[in-house]
Ligand binder design. Structure first.
Ligand SMILES: [Zn+2]
Length: 425
């Protein structure tokens, strides 16, 4: 038993190729003495000996170059663990199948990927990639028979959480995401055949996990049903607003309870939520000299609350500052001795509402009247006050008149710590 001069796969390839027609003596040898051993080559005539030494591998290459993939159906993969077919070149059992066609004589062969690689056939596309894709498709088809719609479920796993009307709290989210990790791992193992577990075992595991998913989704739905009417539950619109503003840290905080609290109340700028706070805040402010008139999404480009102070003065405060100072009344018990501090801080963050400009100007006028100044003109658009000094006959321009009013008209005595208390994101 020595090595063959021409292997079975080489002989079959040659006999199916056009190249052989130019090599009559080789064809005759294949037909008459197919299993001639290498050791017997020395008995051939000198010309044939020289041919095998110098030309045979080149002729094989030439023959291999005649072949190409069947473009309509280039490859197939046998998934069934028990089943194989026979390669038409080497007669070995194969599972990775390539359909090849002779470009000249249109002969067709069904061969294994090993033979394709052996002859370095150039089939136009990388055979490994074709086989890999085919394997995935086939395995996915099998998986779908047991686990309907599995690919969609996997691909939209995280997105499912976004479909609920309220934010799913962290402990439930964690449970759901962990299940997702498990199912994805098994899914990839199956599709890419990464481990040696039997197909039906992996499918069974995936089926069990999908069943767990159904139960968990029910649990999430029940959570939403039980909590969607809760006061200050985190709504989907709030989450959307926070995402748009990249406030992911706030979303993370909100997940710990699923509800708005002291830490988060002033960091959410979603309109419905801000509107919904008006009545509750006013209830807490009932016996004070502050009353919210309305929430406005846009006062001179800012979002916040217009409120009345001491029954006559109208002021505006941004929602974040207003809630930073006042949300404790809702989220941390009732009105108590902190009221004065809150009031002062609120006033220091507020600007006079345009309806109150005349009133504020009059208040200032009364102060200035006692001095040797007189008001010449108030430019509303530029927020500037022109003041005339009677003694020196000179004019002064006062910029940022509104904030001057706030600081000096005894509307407040702002706490100096306000800024540091406001830790912005
Ligand atoms: Zn083969």
């Amino acid at each position: 038993m020595g090595k063959l001069l021409m292997t079975l796969r080489e002989r079959t390839l040659l006999m199916n190729s056009e190249t052989i027609k130019d090599y009559g003596k080789l064809k005759k040898l294949i037909e008459e003495r197919p299993t001639i051993k290498r050791a017997e080559a020395k008995n051939l005539d000198l010309k044939m000996q020289t041919f095998f030494r110098n030309m045979y591998s080149k002729v094989l290459k030439q023959a291999a170059s005649e072949w190409s993939s069947n473009s309509a159906h280039p490859v197939d993969v046998i998934i069934d663990e028990e089943k194989t077919i026979q390669c038409q070149l080497c007669h070995q059992p194969i599972k990775n199948i390539c359909y090849i066609v002779n470009k000249i004589n249109e002969n067709e062969l069904i061969v294994g990927s090993d033979c394709v690689k052996n002859f370095e056939m150039n089939l136009g596309k990388p055979i490994e990639k074709l086989l890999e894709d085919m394997l995935k498709t086939k395995r996915l088809t099998i998986l779908n028979e047991s686990c309907n719609n599995i690919e969609d479920i996997i691909n939209t796993w995280e997105y499912t959480l976004e479909n609920f009307d309220v934010l799913i709290p962290g402990y439930l989210e964690k449970e759901y995401l962990e299940l997702g990790t498990q199912i994805k791992k098994n899914y990839n193992n199956f599709i890419e055949k990464k481990n040696k577990k039997k197909n039906e075992d992996i499918i069974k595991t995936i089926e069990d996990l999908l069943e767990k998913r159904e139960i968990l989704i029910k649990k999430l739905e029940n959570y939403v049903k039980d909590h969607k009417n809760d006061k200050y539950v985190v709504t989907r619109s709030m989450v959307k607003w926070l995402k748009q503003k990249n406030k992911h840290k706030v979303i993370k905080w909100l997940k710990s309870t699923g509800k708005v609290g002291m830490k988060t109340a002033h960091r959410i700028g979603e309109d419905n939520y801000l509107q919904s706070l008006v009545d509750d805040l006013n209830l807490k402010l009932k016996n004070t000299n502050i009353k919210i008139i309305n929430f406005t999404p846009n006062y001179k480009g800012r979002k916040g609350y217009i409120y009345q102070y001491q029954n006559n003065l109208k002021l505006f405060c941004s929602y974040s500052n207003f809630l930073l100072e006042s949300s404790w009344m809702i989220f941390n018990g009732s009105l108590n001795e902190d009221y004065d501090e809150m009031k002062n801080n609120l006033l220091s963050h507020s600007i006079p509402h345009q309806d109150s400009y005349q009133m504020v100007t009059n208040m200032l006028f009364n102060i200035i009247k006692k001095l040797k100044f007189s008001i010449h003109l108030f430019d509303k658009d530029f927020d500037q006050l022109f003041i005339y000094n009677n003694e020196t006959d000179k004019y002064f321009i006062m910029d940022n008149f509104s904030s001057f009013i706030n600081k000096n008209l005894n509307l407040n005595s702002a706490s100096k710590n306000t800024e540091s208390r406001y830790d912005s994101l």
